[in-house]
Design a protein around this ligand. Structure first.
Ligand code: GTP
Ligand code: IMP
Ligand code: MG
Length: 336
């Protein structure tokens, strides 16, 4: 039995969706439970050449034996959830999705405020998905909860009980973090952050398990980090440099162009410490060295690629155990 948390190590969009769905296919956890803020996150998963952008349902959906839980700490957008359940019907997810009774629900007024408030929409560069204003109402204790919405009735359950019982029965559980540690309300570059903590401890709390239950914390880093929205980015490169390197990315939720930078070893070390990392997953090694594209064996990694992996391990002090070499699930090197 293993309880694993997957956490973003930068400003989100590290490729957690790909790593989580890969781990689900491989380890077949009985429960994948989503923590994090809410539908401000967009995870991309590519299965058999088809790309899915997912904002509410846990990205472990391709593994049909996993229950797909959303913890009480996560905000729910009912319309987004229902749309995803419909979109993913070929994966038979309707009976596998469990939304905690106590998830807060984002309403139209929250989205309107997120978009019309210039501090949020312009200075911070929020995603406009209503998460910040909904968390304001949660703190005020006026936010309505999932159990008050008829449309959510078929999905409601107690996620904390579900996860703890799975662990007591000796089953594998995967906790899916969203955003990235550097967007944490407490540990990120405040005020240019999201509206909740986004570290491993927060995700454990979001799904209702205690810290002693967690076995593995895998922190995901992208070879060239990205950031959307405002805020400091110490290793950012200019647009021309990024284009020369063939690095152009757009956000899954907002479609905004992502700012791009070089790998920041000092920040990575701090992030691993904050999360109590037991392992690192590196994504987009193929963007660092295109000859690494699609590799599945550690021994085939090029000299350039291997030097990068070794440098991360030396400077950060945590072993790199998963390496992603392309967006498809099978384009992965796993030495766990
Ligand atoms: P957030 O929760 O929003 O932070 O999302 P995320 O971490 O799941 O990342 P997101 O899906 O938003 O962005 C990552 C992008 O990189 C997606 O388009 C993925 O398909 C792609 N991707 C993931 N791993 C790899 C890889 O190893 N190589 C390449 N070329 N693309 C990858
Ligand atoms: P909010 O979470 O929508 O309030 O946005 C606050 C900041 O966090 C903005 O800079 C967003 O771009 C950023 N952000 C929030 N969620 C994500 C995510 O999942 N990926 C990348 N950036 C995010
Ligand atoms: Mg994303």
């Amino acid at each position: 039995m293993t309880c694993t948390i997957v956490v973003g190590g930068q400003w989100g969009d590290e490729g957690k969706g790909k790593i989580i769905s890969y781990i689900c296919e491989k380890d077949k956890p009985s429960v994948v439970a989503r923590g994090g803020v809410g539908p401000n996150a967009g995870h991309s998963v590519e299965v058999d050449g088809k790309k899915y952008g997912i904002r509410m349902v846990p990205t472990g959906f391709p593994n049909r034996s996993s229950k797909l839980a959303v913890g009480a700490g996560v905000l729910v957008d009912v319309a987004v959830l229902l749309k995803e359940v419909e979109m993913l019907k070929e994966f038979n997810i309707k009976d596998r999705v469990i939304i905690d009774y106590n998830c807060g629900v984002i309403e139209e007024k929250h989205k309107e405020m997120d978009k019309s408030n210039s501090h949020l929409s312009k200075e911070i560069g929020s995603t406009g998905t209503g998460c910040g204003p909904a968390n304001v109402d949660r703190a005020m204790r006026t936010l309505r909860l999932a159990k008050e919405f008829d449309a959510l009735k078929p999905f409601l359950g107690d996620v904390s009980d579900l996860v703890n019982e799975a662990l007591e029965n000796g089953e594998n559980v995967l906790i899916e973090g969203t955003q990235g540690t550097l967007l944490s309300l407490y540990y990120g570059s405040y005020p240019y952050v999201t509206s909740n903590d986004t570290s491993a401890s927060a995700f454990a709390s979001d799904v209702g398990i205690g810290p002693t239950k967690v076995d593995e914390v895998i922190v995901v880093f992208k070879s060239y980090p990205t950031r959307v929205g405002e805020g400091p980015f110490p290793t950012e490169m200019d647009v021309e440099e990024a284009e020369k390197l063939g690095l152009v990315e757009y956000g899954t939720v907002t479609g905004r162009r992502r700012r791009i930078g070089y790998f920041d070893y000092d920040l990575a070390k701090k992030v691993c410490r904050l999360n109590g990392a037991t392992a690192i997953a590196v994504t987009c090694l193929d963007k660092y060295d295109e000859e690494c594209y699609g590799l599945t064996n550690y021994d085939d990694i090029t000299e350039k690629g291997l030097a990068f992996i070794k440098e991360i391990e030396e400077k950060v002090g945590v072993p790199v155990k998963i390496i992603s070499t392309g967006p498809e699930l099978h384009q992965t090197i796993d030495i766990r």
